[in-house]
Design a binder for this molecule. Structure first.
Ligand code: FAD
Ligand code: EPU
Length: 344
């Protein structure tokens, strides 16, 4: 069940080479007590891995990688307005979105085509085109890796934020998510407020919008600007869109008219990191095998045999340049394992 020195290159979408000292594919919950005991007894760090689309492996991993492949979907409850669907952590996110569209369980359409697994979705509260996981989330089951006990986290306990949750903060490295329960609507409520999505659907009369049309439009928009990791290895947005205080935003706007921003709350504004990086001159820049994507400056790509270190070196340059140019500190979005975490 446990393998030694496993190459993780095929298991991370940035396709960087890194070896796991120990590796196990988790296909059944029953495997977990033994695996967790093995890690505890040998004092090994754990790395739960889903689709590997939000990790940067800067070095070989000195512990146990648990490749989460638990499968299954169960309709656990329904009422007049909603369905509660419990989904195992190893299910593929986009396949789940398609399954829900076919079953007429509405609410996931804006989150179409996000790579990765269901179990990772709550970690950074995945979001796209005006919807976040938190909008459809009911609860999740997770195992405490220290005690082996299973615990249910309701919505409040997950403390979701923009690309953020309890599992990236206090609960970091402590829980293995086993299943996620989503609360999906019986009646469609299409949401097309995100500018690029509204544009893509501009020719469709509002009363003819359906979740399927929204999903198809999201897929089209995404394909037009995001590289497919199967062809061009990447981890999606490399940095978060930074939140800045309103007064800082107002003075930045005077210096840089046309700066793209989104409302956040009464006291802060979210800036488009892609815009900042592009305007700082980085779009299309290449350092050996690593490049800033020519259509989306927020995405770093690996054209050849880049290491995680090389990708992080370019990220560091971009971080410094944006800080010098705008006084804004970008934060890395994917989880970095090994060196390079200092600019997270
Ligand atoms: P992994 O990369 O395997 O893991 C990510 C983190 O979650 C790791 O720290 C890992 O340890 C932890 N983890 C994974 N599974 C579990 C588990 N079962 N229990 C505990 N911890 C776990 N994200 C968005 O939010 N919106 C987007 O629009 C978006 N677009 C993307 C586009 C592209 C082309 C790519 C490559 C990525 C994009 N992402 C986006 C990022 C990524 O798809 C999401 O973060 C996704 O949820 C990661 O899933 P994964 O299974 O690949 O996670
Ligand atoms: N922009 C530029 N230059 C660029 C890229 C973007 O000027 O090179 C501008 C765009 O013109 C637009 C604005 O920035 O005005 C926003 O761009 P876009 O709609 O492409 O979205 P984003 O802010 O770059 C975020 C998420 C994506 C998510 C999309 C859609 C973050 C860090 N990224 O990107 O998520 O799919 O919005 O909601 O929040 C991911 O997390 O991996 C990811 C891809």
């Amino acid at each position: 069940m446990i393998q030694n020195d496993v190459n993780l290159q095929p298991f991370n979408t940035l396709a960087v080479p890194a070896k796991a000292r120990f590796y196990a594919a988790v296909t059944d919950r029953e495997q977990l007590p033994l695996l967790l005991a093995f890690a505890r007894e040998n004092n090994l760090p754990l790395l739960p891995l889903g689709g590997g689309s939000n990790v940067v492996l800067a070095n070989d991993f000195p512990g146990l990688v648990l490749h989460m492949q638990l499968q299954g979907k169960t309709l656990v409850r329904e009422d007049r307005s909603h369905y509660w669907l419990q989904v195992a952590a190893g299910e593929n996110w986009h396949e789940l979105v398609q399954y829900c569209l076919d079953a007429r369980y509405w609410g996931l359409e804006n989150l179409s085509l996000i790579p990765g697994s269901v179990g990772a979705a709550p970690i950074q509260n995945i979001g796209a085109y005006g919807v976040e996981l938190k909008d459809v989330f009911a609860e999740l089951e997770a195992v405490d890796v220290r005690t082996g006990e299973c615990r249910v986290f309701d919505h409040g306990a997950c403390r979701f934020g923009y690309r953020d949750s309890f599992f990236k903060r206090e609960g970091r490295d402590r829980y293995l998510i086993l299943s996620v329960t989503l609360r999906l609507a019986r009646q469609p409520h299409v949401k097309v407020t995100y500018p690029a999505l509204r544009e893509a659907l501009a020719t469709v009369p509002v009363d003819q919008l359906t979740p399927r049309l929204v999903s198809d439009a999201v897929c089209r928009v995404r394909r037009s600007k995001l590289p497919d990791p199967a062809e061009v290895p990447n981890v999606g947005s490399f940095f978060k869109n930074p939140l800045v205080a309103l007064d800082q935003f107002l003075s930045l706007q005077v210096q840089h008219p046309g700066m793209v921003s989104f409302p956040a709350d009464a006291r802060s504004v979210k800036l488009a990191a892609g815009w900042l990086i592009e305007r700082a001159g980085w779009k299309g820049v290449r350092r050996g095998p690593v490049a800033v994507h020519h259509q989306q400056a927020l995405v770093l790509t690996n054209a050849g045999h880049a290491s995680g270190q090389e990708v992080l070196a370019l990220a560091k340059e971009i971080h410094r340049s944006v800080a010098d140019e705008y006084g804004v500190e970008l934060e890395i979005e994917p989880r970095v394992y090994g060196q390079g975490e200092e600019i997270q």
